[in-house]
Design a protein around this ligand. Structure first.
Ligand code: ADP
Ligand code: MG
Length: 683
């Protein structure tokens, strides 16, 4: 039923509702209140608490117009339990006159702490006769998300009318075993029109069964929307990559080390996927330094051995180049040709790269976003590998997938991330990906010792840097700023560089920041890798994946400003070799309690999963995954941390539904995500 079916909703109103993505009566029912006001009870003035909204009744003691600062009217009221001050900045004479001494009034508003007693600024109020019994509301008052030109009162009326229709027509129960929870109708009635007996707190905190019922369904719907992408994708055919894996054996045979147990297990999981004619959709999660590159190379070896091409892409040039170096070193002795594609290439180099990709001359193409471009066509792409996938948007990954599409054939897809994804998040955001976890670091790694030190002791730290360099090891000095402004970050790094040069005249110091050209950045990184430079001053551009085993100390300035996962990534730049490594978190004196807590977590654990879980609690999903990916994680009522206990149930239900009739799946997705549902999920 369209919204215009509701009485009082005409075309104009419908247009405004559309801005809230409300088209149908069902959409109104699922447009849920943000919070509630409680006007169902009178609260004695002595029982008022700061921060809550309450209705109370009192007798006016005094009313004065004050001219101190901003002109205001201040009215004191009291009952037998206490005194309350009402403050108005917008008022007229008749109001002042009406609030005369002895007048009884009923008022409502948020209680604040005033200078002498509690106060309400701009209360709603109403004059009462001397013996008049004041009315109270029968239900909690819902407060809805609204939009310009659409009043809270109108929205409430629309919700009420929708509920009336709901009573008449009922709403489809789409979850299986519906009788085991509170019914959808009851849940909707409760959240839109909570009776006075319903605890506003239970509704707000989400512990009320009605909220839990709706949150469960919303979690199911989100997971389904992502799972549906997988179902769509897996209807395509992928090349079955079997073979004996000779190339893989030769690749491993020439390494100076052998793969860890975890690497072997994950390579096995990938090999099984590749052997199917159904496209692989696999995510590798492995903490920084766990050796994901080798796993990617092993997957590539399997595909190349069967005559297919492989693309491997990284989000930054430094990272892509590192893959290029590794892959060249590993594959070229085996006679496998590699093409290199980045944004800024000379015209000839670019043409040659494109040609060798198109002709099938090269078996492996390594690059940056440039691999996404339209002009890039592969002769027979069989596998795409995307490193640090959370840095790419869904659209970009989609476009790479499409590259391999010849009719109904698509390449297998492997993505890798060093941001461990807490189970709470992956239940919904990554429901379409099979997940492999590399949960073991290569042997011989030394744990990183993390300390937090105030900037007051900067001189001492710089001295320590000098000592570490003198012992033949290398050091990162990372400058961070709150603003993501590259300009300011770069300036901070340049200042730090100057300072360090003054203090440590004998040390060769390099600089990397986001304002440098790709070539300059690469040259600086390269010098650091080759140990021509001992100290590298950098901005957070070095965050992901850079691998210099001889670096054993990292200093992170303004550590309190970064997210925990980001700090963990930065810290992972050291501890890659065999000497003991240290991470110094420099912070400004006078940290907030929360900042202290965060730094304590970094000191206590080096387990990326635990850190990610904390990060999620402290900052929310958007920041952990990057905003581009979390469009589908905007919940109306569910909250993945709060509703953790619902996740298993939601998982089971959606797994059951996804293999059932498509109508139910579509109806649930439409009900909760409407037009926001991603077409292909995370494919
Ligand atoms: P990440 O998972 O962070 O991408 P890398 O693939 O860059 O980690 O590997 C980190 C370092 O560990 C590299 O120098 C790599 O050569 C080395 N490495 C990888 N696997 C092993 C192994 N099984 N034994 C010893 N060193 C390894
Ligand atoms: Mg890596």
């Amino acid at each position: 039923m369209p919204v215009t079916r509701l009485s009082g909703v005409g075309p104009k109103q419908a247009e405004k509702l559309l801005r809230l993505k409300i088209k149908t009566v069902q959409d109104c029912l699922f447009h849920l209140p943000l919070r509630y006001q409680d006007r169902t009870r009178l609260v004695a003035i002595g029982d008022l608490q700061v921060g809550i909204e309450a209705v109370c009744i009192g007798q006016v003691q005094t009313t004065e117009v004050m001219y101190r600062g901003r002109r205001s009217m201040v009215c004191h009221i009291s009952d037998s339990t206490g005194e309350l001050r009402l403050r108005f900045f917008h008022f007229n004479q008749s109001q002042t006159a009406a609030l005369r001494e002895g007048q009884r009034i009923r008022c409502f508003g948020e209680i604040r702490r005033g200078s002498r007693c509690l106060e309400i600024v701009h209360p709603e109020y109403q004059l009462l006769g001397a013996t008049e019994v004041p009315e109270v509301e029968e239900r909690l008052t819902p407060i809805y998300p609204i939009t310009e030109g659409l009043h809270q009162l109108s929205m409430r009326r629309i919700a009420d009318r929708s509920i009336a229709l709901l009573r008449e027509y009922a709403v489809d129960e789409l979850l299986p075993d519906a009788q085991t929870y509170c019914s959808l109708q009851e849940a909707l009635e409760t959240v839109h029109q909570p009776g006075a007996q319903v605890s506003a707190q239970a509704l707000l905190e989400g512990t009320h069964p009605a909220v839990q019922r709706l949150a469960l369904e919303e979690l199911v719907a989100h997971r389904l929307s992502v799972q549906r992408g997988r179902v769509v994708f897996q209807q395509f055919t992928a090349p079955a990559i079997g073979g004996q894996g000779d190339l893989l054996k030769r690749l491993l045979g020439q390494l100076p080390f052998s793969p860890t147990g975890a690497q072997q297990r994950v390579i096995g999981e990938i090999a099984r996927d590749l052997a199917q004619s159904k496209p692989m959709l696999r995510l590798i999660q492995g903490d920084v330094g766990s050796g994901k590159t080798l796993v990617a190379a092993a997957a590539a070896a399997l595909a190349v051995d069967s005559g297919y091409q492989v693309s491997i892409m990284a989000p930054t040039e430094i990272l892509a180049e590192q893959h290029l170096l590794n892959f060249s070193q590993w594959f070229e002795p085996l006679g496998v040709r590699i093409a290199w594609l980045k944004g800024k290439l000379g015209a000839r180099q670019r043409r040659e790269a494109l040609e060798s990709i198109a002709s099938g001359d090269c078996a492996i193409a390594v690059g940056t976003h440039a691999l996404f471009q339209k002009e890039v066509t592969f002769a027979r792409l069989g596998l795409t590998i995307v490193d640090e996938q959370h840095r790419f948007g869904v659209d970009q990954r989609l476009s790479l997938r499409e590259k391999g599409v010849r009719g109904e054939v698509v390449p297998h897809q492997l993505t890798m991330t060093a941001t461990p994804i807490p189970r709470t998040l992956s239940m919904t955001a990554y429901a379409d990906l099979d997940c492999s976890i590399i949960d073991e670091l290569p042997p011989g790694r030394q744990p990183i010792n993390t300390v937090a030190i105030s900037t007051n002791r900067r001189a001492e730290i710089i001295e320590r840097v000098g000592a570490v360099v003198a012992s033949g090891q290398q050091v990162y000095w990372v400058c961070t700023l709150i603003e993501e402004s590259e300009v300011l970050q770069a300036r901070a790094a340049e200042e730090a560089l100057q300072e360090l040069r003054d203090w440590l005249p004998d040390v060769s110091i390099g600089l990397v920041h986001g304002r440098m050209s790709a070539d300059e950045k690469d040259a600086a990184m390269q010098q650091f890798k080759e140990q021509a430079v001992s100290l590298l001053v950098a901005t957070t551009v070095i965050e992901v994946g850079v691998d210099v085993p001889n670096a054993s100390l990292i200093i992170i300035e303004n550590a309190e400003r970064l997210g925990l996962s980001q700090l963990h990534q930065l810290r992972g730049r050291v501890g890659r070799g065999s000497v003991a490594s240290h991470c110094v978190l420099l912070f400004e004196a006078g940290l907030s309690q929360r900042a202290r807590e965060r730094i304590a977590i970094m000191r206590e654990t080096t387990d990326g999963f635990q850190i990610a879980e904390k990060d999620l609690q402290l900052r929310g999903a958007g920041e952990l995954l990057g905003t581009r990916q979390t469009g589908s994680l905007q919940f109306r009522i569910a909250d993945i941390m709060r509703d953790k206990t619902l996740l298993d149930r939601a998982g089971d239900i959606s797994d059951e539904l996804i293999s059932g009739p498509a109508q139910t799946v579509d109806a649930l997705i439409d009900r909760w995500l409407g037009g926001d549902a991603p077409e292909y999920g995370n494919v």
